[in-house]
Design a protein around this ligand. Structure first.
Ligand SMILES: *[C@@H]1O[C@H](CO)[C@@H](O)[C@H](O)[C@H]1NC(C)=O
Length: 400
């Protein structure tokens, strides 16, 4: 018995310390990660690629697109301040595209070929803002453009993430090396004997050799890449959409699953893949238009299919019809990435400021950016001071 007593005392002290530690953590967590931006290499940078290869353009001031446009209402100067600061710290060049509030869009300017009510003004304004951006891409004959909404935020490591994405989209859509019309993903352009069964998967560190892209870093045949969304389906085995996936495991910039959510069930990324996995695949049932890239061909087709055909649904649903073929639209070569690379930033303060479309109630206590670990916006002060990055979504579990 006597030998047990000290053990109990130690246990008591241990429990006390644990409670103190928990109290302390709950007040200070999440903590700084202790990593500087320059120390994070991603998977992409570990690869050797040739100088002069167009894929290196993902590191330029427009992330390998010809232009970056930010759409939003000019009166939301607060958002313009925020995204200007983010872009400055990411060395990005961009231009604003003025959105328009829905009530200013004339009935006659909204194509209507089926019987339905006019969409609410929020949805109409959002649709028109995006059409204005696409109109600009077409009018200026830009090779490609990245279109972001003005409350988008991204990870400090955006270029490394995009480099990996470029490797992935090229693997899915460029012809196999030495061929012109044969693809690693046989469900993308099915061979004469017909499309294969199942879901072709390619690990990012063992990608098939393909013809290097020459037109854009992301490939030479895409129409749209959905890089910012609130949910996306991975085309399942029976999907008519091409089903190939490039899988990148151990991507430290992906937060743990408990931080991930999706408005497009089932959430295959969470259900079927390990922690810290990012997947690039063709787009299906995307939700939200927070960020997407288009090529010139893609933008022209979008004006035709989404600006000039029946506006019976919000713009993200119209993009689905554009991508997958639906409601009188042809299908297009649309890719997507999960988790998204551009996510909503929520400022602190009244929630009503969060959206010009829906109404939000209550108060946002702390600023946050969905599913983004080293958010640029949340690190502005650290970037200003040259400090280590702050991880707003720190790991709880040990790496697998
Ligand atoms: C970045 O690269 C793209 C693709 O090659 C190119 O169109 C664009 O002009 C480049 N942007 C800058 C700012 O150099």
């Amino acid at each position: 018995m006597a030998t047990r007593k000290p053990a109990r005392i130690f246990a008591g002290i241990g429990a006390g310390l644990l409670i103190l530690w928990l109290l302390f953590m709950s007040r200070t967590a999440p903590a700084a990660v202790g990593i500087r931006m320059a120390d994070w290499k991603g998977t992409g940078l570990l690869r050797n690629n040739k100088p002069g290869d167009v894929i290196n353009d993902v590191f330029n001031a427009s992330l390998g697109f010809e232009k970056i446009f930010v759409v939003g209402l000019p009166e939301r100067t607060d958002r313009r301040d925020g995204i200007t600061l983010q872009a400055a710290f990411s060395d990005l060049e961009f231009e604003f595209i003025d959105g328009i509030s829905g009530e200013k869009v004339a009935d006659k300017a909204i194509p209507k070929t089926t019987e339905h009510d006019r969409l609410d003004n929020g949805a109409i304004g959002c649709w028109r803002a995006h059409m204005n951006a696409l109109q600009e891409v077409v009018r200026r004959n830009l090779g490609s453009a990245l279109i972001l909404e003005d409350d988008a935020d991204w990870d400090v490591r955006i270029r490394q993430q995009l480099y990996d994405m470029a490797l992935s989209t090229q693997a899915l859509t460029q012809p196999l090396a030495g061929t012109t019309n044969s693809f690693a993903d046989k469900s993308f352009r099915p061979p004469p004997e017909g499309p294969p069964k199942g879901v072709p998967e390619f690990p990012i560190n063992r990608l098939p050799k393909t013809v290097p892209a020459t037109v854009t870093p992301y490939g030479d045949s895409w129409d749209l890449i959905w890089v910012g969304h609130c949910g996306m389906r991975m085309p399942p085995a029976d999907s008519p959409v091409p089903r190939g996936r490039v899988v990148s495991v151990n991507d430290e910039s992906v937060p743990e699953k408990r931080y991930l959510w999706s408005l497009a069930p089932p959430f295959t990324l969470k259900d079927d893949y390990p922690e810290h996995t990012r997947v690039v695949h063709h787009a299906q049932e995307g939700v939200c238009t927070l960020g997407y890239a288009v090529t010139q061909r893609g933008a022209r087709a979008l004006l035709q299919e989404v600006a000039l055909k029946d506006v019976g649904d919000p713009v993200d649903i119209l993009l689905r019809f554009y991508c997958e073929g639906g409601k009188g639209r042809r299908n297009h070569n649309c890719l997507a990435i999960q988790p998204a690379l551009f996510n909503h930033h929520r400022t602190e303060g009244p929630r009503s400021a969060m959206s010009n479309i829906g109404s939000h109630e209550g108060w946002q206590d702390k600023p946050s950016t969905d599913m983004t670990r080293w958010s640029v916006r949340l690190n502005v002060e650290r970037l200003l001071d040259g400090q280590e990055m702050w991880d707003q979504l720190p790991n709880q579990n040990k790496p697998e």
